[in-house]
Design a protein around this ligand. Structure first.
Ligand SMILES: Nc1ncnc2c1ncn2[C@@H]1O[C@H](COP(=O)(O)OP(=O)(O)OP(=O)(O)O)[C@@H](O)[C@H]1O
Length: 347
């Protein structure tokens, strides 16, 4: 049984989720302790527990310690069963993080699967649905992942209730990923949205983003700009900015919250985009960590450059090393730009 210290690296839920994915994928059991030890509410929270239950359902796993607040867990997967799955988090816990947990093992199944998750789609510290669908999904599609994404509704903190999902076709081996350069910025898209709040808030978010970006991007850049009113439970706002480069896409989401001015929301996403853009690098800091589990399964070595090396990236590389024979090299230091080289070692 693989022993994992859940407080290693970034020490958050990601250590657990990546271990669940890789355990299902490789059939190796693991025991994790110190789960989210340094977080203010340590142990398994609802969203993490849902990831455990989802991974257990698709792999008919034997599990011990799967309760709220638990600091440790043992997970013994059996066989991956493809099929139709629906997981209801019951809170605004992140739906995209649950999807990201089960996609890698379901790719290794013999038949296609359809997964639906009910929960938060635009919640802090996780990929927004727009990010999942427009940045993460096209990036894994480039590695050979086939399937479709679908969103029935969005869910915000604290009510959740968004319903999103995807289908995944079996993909035995994935293509290597080589992204050293991004090429020119060819298009910018901005979606600014509100649910059960005045449309004027979405417009203020948008104007603030546009004035932050003014004069900082190429002249005459094609732009798609949209404000949206969403039908959701509860209330919420977000802005999502996508930069399409010749060889990469990058995305930045900012969320509204009580007491945070709409102008701050718009400026936050725009500043993140500018920071990435001005680095000259292709892969945004979030995609960098989210790609690791896929590159670890590619048929040959991969290399990409990112605008910021994060502790999430370092953590995923560490966890992948527990389950797979890999040679990983990171060039650069945390917080700055750098390169990641991942080479699977054939058995
Ligand atoms: N704005 C964002 N856009 C895209 N992806 C994001 C964004 N914010 C966070 N993520 C991704 O969400 C994941 C969050 O992992 P993390 O371990 O922090 O989650 P968690 O389970 O909420 O952890 P914890 O509550 O223990 O801190 C990472 O893969 C990170 O790249």
């Amino acid at each position: 049984m693989i022993e994992i210290d859940g407080s290693m690296g970034e020490g958050g839920g990601q250590v657990l989720r990546s271990a669940l994915s890789l355990s299902c994928l490789t059939g190796q059991a693991f025991h994790i302790y110190n789960i989210r030890k340094n977080r203010s509410k340590s142990g398994l929270m609802r969203q993490h527990l849902m990831a455990v239950q989802a991974a257990a359902r698709i792999s008919s796993a034997n599990v011990a310690g799967d309760r709220l607040g638990s600091p440790e867990l043992s997970f013994l997967p059996d066989r991956i069963t493809p099929g139709e799955y629906s997981f209801d988090i019951g809170t605004a816990g992140s739906a995209t993080l649950v999807l990201q947990t089960v996609i890698p093992p379901l790719l290794a199944a013999r038949k296609a699967s359809r997964i639906t998750v009910i929960g938060g789609t635009h919640v802090p510290f996780s990929p927004s649905w727009n990010y999942f669908e427009e940045i993460f999904w096209p990036s894994i599609a480039r590695l050979g992942v086939r399937g479709e994404t679908a969103a029935r509704s969005f869910g915000f903190y604290p009510k959740g209730g968004g319903r999103v999902g995807c289908t995944v076709e079996p993909a035995e081996v994935l293509a290597p990923y080589l992204v050293r350069e991004r090429g020119r910025l060819t298009r910018l898209s901005i979606v600014s949205a509100v649910g059960n709040l005045p449309r004027a808030i979405a417009e203020r978010q948008l104007h603030s983003a546009l004035s932050t970006l003014k004069g900082r991007l190429e002249r005459g850049l094609p732009m798609d700009i949209e404000t949206r009113e969403l039908t959701i439970f509860g209330q919420g706002t977000f802005i999502f900015i996508k930069g399409e480069y010749e060889h990469a896409v990058a995305g930045f989401t900012a969320l509204g919250e009580r007491g945070k001015p709409a102008e701050a929301v718009g400026a936050e996403a725009a500043r993140e985009l500018l920071e990435h853009h001005e680095s000259g690098e292709p892969i945004d800091p979030h995609l960098a960590d989210q790609l690791v589990l896929y590159l670890a399964r590619a048929s040959a070595g991969s290399l990409f450059r990112t605008s910021r090396l994060t502790s999430h990236l370092a953590t995923n590389l560490l966890v992948a090393g527990y389950f797979l024979e890999l040679a990983c090299r990171v060039e650069g230091s945390e917080g700055g730009p750098g390169a990641v080289v991942i080479t699977p070692i054939p058995e």
